[in-house]
Design a protein around this ligand. Structure first.
Ligand code: ADP
Ligand code: MG
Length: 225
């Protein structure tokens, strides 16, 4: 029996601007099992990024509950959520969010540094992971010396360095040309399979969505299908 990695129940979230309420998520519920992949599609503004942020523990919902790896993150304070995030989940974004002053190798090691686990042994693991994402000869390059696709590969290696149970990817190939995007997508699904990491990926690309085990279509803050 595979376990639920993420359980989302009746999640709602509103933003308030100029005294008016914008209901961005309206009682959203779904689950993801270990090593399962899910695509989230839907028009711009339908609440996809907000949903991802809540699931990853970047923000708190107004109502509803989120269980990540068996722990109720909707009841946690910011420090507790940050620590769970670092140990169990990872996030990749459309813009790669690399540190410009660090090399590829150093960028991938940032989560290890934060956990106090950066040492000779984990440096070796980092080099292996960089090889796995196809950056064998790019360890010492700075982000400005890498192409967009290579930068996203560094971000992917960084996302996998803590061996997360779940990876949140918010339009990870939105800034890349079609050919590079396809390579990055294949890599994500390959790592999802190989490392049994659950994958939740937001995309406008129907072909990419078709590669996932299931697709959730969002519309105006609800899951439409
Ligand atoms: P999507 O990722 O599907 O494009 P988002 O979750 O980013 O949608 O946004 C959903 C809606 O919430 C949009 O109308 C957006 O303008 C609004 N929104 C997102 N973040 C905030 C915020 N921090 N404050 C106010 N409104 C926000
Ligand atoms: Mg978005």
């Amino acid at each position: 029996m595979s376990q639920n990695i993420l359980t989302v129940s009746n999640l709602s979230k509103s933003y308030f601007l100029n005294n008016s309420e914008l209901k961005v998520l309206d009682s959203v519920s779904f689950t993801i099992k270990e090593s399962e992949s899910i695509a989230i599609t839907g028009p711009s503004g339908s609440g996809k990024s907000t949903l991802m942020g809540l699931c990853a523990g970047l923000d708190n919902p107004d109502t509803g509950e989120i269980h990540l790896c068996g722990q109720n993150i909707s009841k946690m304070n910011e420090d507790q959520r940050a620590s769970l995030r670092l140990s169990h989940s990872s996030f990749i974004f459309q813009s790669f969010h690399l540190m410009p002053t660090l090399t590829a190798l150093e960028n991938v090691m940032v989560p290890l540094e934060l956990q106090g686990n950066a040492n000779k042994e984990t440096r070796e693991l980092t080099l292996e992971l960089l090889d796995q994402v196809g950056l064998k000869d790019r360890h010492h390059h700075f982000p400005s010396q890498l192409s967009g696709g290579e930068q996203q590969r560094v971000a992917i290696a960084r996302a996998f360095i803590n061996r997360p149970k779940i990876l949140f990817a918010d339009e990870p190939t939105g800034n890349l040309d079609t050919h590079t995007a396809n390579n990055i997508q294949s890599l994500l699904f390959e790592l999802n399979q190989k490392l049994s990491t659950s994958l939740i990926i937001v995309t406008h690309d129907n072909e990419l969505a078709a590669k996932a085990d299931r697709t959730l279509k969002m519309k105006a803050g609800k899951i439409a299908e």
